[in-house]
Design a protein around this ligand. Structure first.
Ligand code: GLY
Length: 357
C-alpha cells in the first residue's frame, strides 16, 4: 500500500485517523471522476483561475506552447485589481509596498526561471520567463529583478490600489494596541462602541495563483505567481518563486504547484515531492494528500496547531500527470480548484485532510 494511507507515524491521533478516513473517501471519488477525463488540453489552477484555465486551453488549442499558454492565463489575474493575492491590487508588505514572487517551468526543455520580491511590475510571471530565456540564471530578486525587467522594456506601475491600501491600513491600525496607529474615530452620532477598524482583526492571507497545463502532444508547463503573504516583512520570499516548492514540472511525469502557507511548502519541497510521488505511482490526488499529510505530521510548533494538534493554516496542492489525470487537495475542507478538461472549464472541490467544524 502507498505511503499515503499507511504511514504509522501519522496515525497516532484521533485527528489523524479522521484524516485518513477522509483520504480514503476522497481517493475513491477522485479516481472515479478521472476515468472519463481524457480530452486535452487539460489545464488546472487554483480556484481564482477559472478564466485562466479557459484562456490557457484556448491558446494551446490554437497551437501555442504550454508555457506561453499558462502565462497568458495567469496574466488575467495578475492584472485584476480585484484579486488581492496576485499582481496589481495584491496586498502589500508591512510597509505598504506590493512585492511579487513568480516562477515558471517548461516541460519540453526542463528549463525554468523565477523572480522574488519584485516591485512595480504587474506581470512577474513574464519576468520569470525572461529570466529563463534571456539569462544563464534561474532566479533574480529584488532591485536586480526590477532593473532586469526594465531593461527588457517592462513598464513600472504602482501596484498598490486604493482598495488594497485601505485593507492594509485597516490591518496596520488594528493588529496591535501597543503602537501609535489608531483606527478612525467614530463619526458623530455613531453609537457603536468601537469603529469597524478597531473591532475587527485583519487576518493574514497567502493567496496565489498556480496553473499547470498538458497539451494533446503530451507536453507540460506550469507557473505560480503571487503577491505573497499579506503584510509580510519586506523581502520575505514564499514558496511561489522557489522551483520545486511552489511549482515543478517533469515532462515525463507531471506538473504540480501550491498555494497557501509557503513556509510549510518550502520545508517539504512541495511541488517536487508531489511530482516524485506521482513518479512512484500515486495518482495526482493521492500525491497531493500524501504531501499534505507530511506537512501536518511535521508541524509541531504549538503556535501553528489547534487544540487537536492540527495545523491552523492551510496549504493547497494541485497536480496533473502525463496521462491527463488531475487532482487537488487542501489541508482543510472547503478548498476549490479550477480545471479545463473535455473542452469545458469548471470549479471542483479539493480533497482534504481535515473537515472544518
Ligand atoms: N504560497 C504563497 C506564499 O506563501 O507566498
Amino acid at each position: 500500500m502507498s505511503e499515503g494511507v499507511t504511514r504509522r507515524g501519522f496515525l497516532g491521533t484521533a485527528a489523524a485517523a479522521a484524516a485518513t478516513a477522509n483520504i480514503r473517501a476522497n481517493l475513491a471519488a477522485a479516481a472515479d471522476g478521472m476515468r472519463s477525463h481524457t480530452v486535452r488540453p487539460i489545464v488546472i489552477s487554483s480556484a481564482n483561475g477559472l478564466e485562466t484555465v479557459t484562456e490557457a486551453a484556448r491558446k494551446i488549442r490554437d497551437g501555442g506552447d504550454t508555457l506561453d499558454a499558462v502565462i497568458a492565463g495567469v496574466n488575467i489575474v495578475e492584472a485584476d485589481p480585484n484579486d488581492h493575492s496576485v499582481g496589481y491590487g495584491g496586498l502589500p508588505n508591512e510597509d505598504g509596498v506590493v512585492e511579487l514572487d513568480a516562477s515558471v517551468m517548461h516541460g519540453p526543455t526542463h528549463n525554468c526561471g523565477s523572480v522574488a520580491a519584485l516591485r512595480n511590475i504587474m506581470h512577474p510571471s513574464r519576468v520569470a520567463k525572461l529570466v529563463m530565456e534571456r539569462t544563464d540564471h534561474v532566479m533574480i530578486v529584488g532591485q536586480g529583478a526590477l532593473r532586469f525587467a526594465k531593461a527588457h522594456g517592462l513598464r513600472e506601475k504602482d501596484l498598490l490600489t486604493d482598495d488594497a491600501r485601505r485593507i492594509w491600513m485597516k490591518w496596520k491600525e488594528s493588529h496591535s494596541d501597543r503602537d501609535d496607529w489608531l483606527a478612525p474615530q467614530k463619526p458623530p452620532g455613531d453609537t457603536r462602541k468601537r469603529s469597524d477598524a478597531a473591532a475587527t482583526k485583519t487576518e493574514f492571507t497567502y493567496g496565489t495563483i498556480h496553473c499547470s497545463a498538458l497539451s494533446a502532444a503530451g507536453d507540460l508547463s506550469a507557473v505560480t505567481t503571487t503577491s505573497g503573504l499579506s503584510y509580510k516583512i519586506p523581502g520575505r520570499v514564499g514558496d511561489s518563486p522557489i522551483i520545486g516548492a511552489g511549482m515543478y514540472v517533469d515532462n515525463e511525469i507531471g506538473a504540480a504547484g501550491s498555494t497557501g502557507r509557503g513556509e510549510a511548502v518550502i520545508k517539504h519541497c512541495g511541488a517536487f515531492a508531489v511530482v516524485e510521488l506521482m513518479r512512484g505511482g500515486l495518482s495526482p490526488t493521492d500525491a497531493c494528500l500524501t504531501l499534505l499529510k507530511r506537512i501536518a505530521n511535521h508541524t509541531t510548533d504549538p503556535r501553528l496547531l489547534d487544540d487537536r494538534r492540527r495545523p491552523r493554516f492551510d496549504v493547497k496542492m494541485y497536480a496533473l500527470n502525463k496521462s491527463g489525470e488531475f487532482g487537488a487537495a487542501s489541508i482543510w475542507s472547503g478548498g476549490r480548484f479550477a480545471v479545463h478538461v473535455n473542452g469545458e472549464s469548471r470549479v471542483e472541490s479539493c480533497s482534504y485532510l481535515f473537515k472544518r467544524d
